[in-house]
Design a binder for this molecule. Structure first.
Ligand SMILES: [Zn+2]
Length: 121
């Protein structure tokens, strides 16, 4: 007979909140900057979201939420994002951790200088 006194419910700490994929198994364990994370979760938090393992997203679902591809400047400067630490990472996470942000074309209004006045005669 099973001794139920020692039973513990499994604690799932790595399932993506949107697609359910196991992010640790997938090799997508990372930290992004606060502003990116807040944008992804804006208006989506539920009363249980603060519990362990409830606020996790795989790279694909995070990108879907923010509407663009992540680049290296979106990731926090923390050891878990160190691509050279030997940990297994998915191809797309590796790609994002080294991907440079596309330069936005900055259109500056150039002040035109008035032509030099004719030299006094
Ligand atoms: Zn996902």
């Amino acid at each position: 007979m099973m001794d139920w006194s020692s039973w513990q419910w499994p604690v799932v700490l790595s399932a993506c909140a949107d697609c359910g994929v196991g992010t640790i198994t997938l090799g997508e364990f990372y930290m992004v900057r606060r502003q990116i994370w807040e944008k992804a979760w804006a208006g989506r938090r539920r009363p249980w979201t603060h519990l362990p393992g409830q606020e996790i997203l795989c790279i694909g679902c995070l990108e879907a939420r923010i509407g663009r591809t992540l680049t290296r400047s979106d990731f926090s400067d923390v050891p878990v994002n160190d691509i050279n630490d030997g940990s297994y990472r998915s191809d797309r996470l590796r790609d994002r951790l080294i991907r440079k942000a596309k330069r936005k074309t900055i259109v500056r209004a150039t002040r035109r200088t008035a032509p030099a006045p004719p030299a006094a005669a």
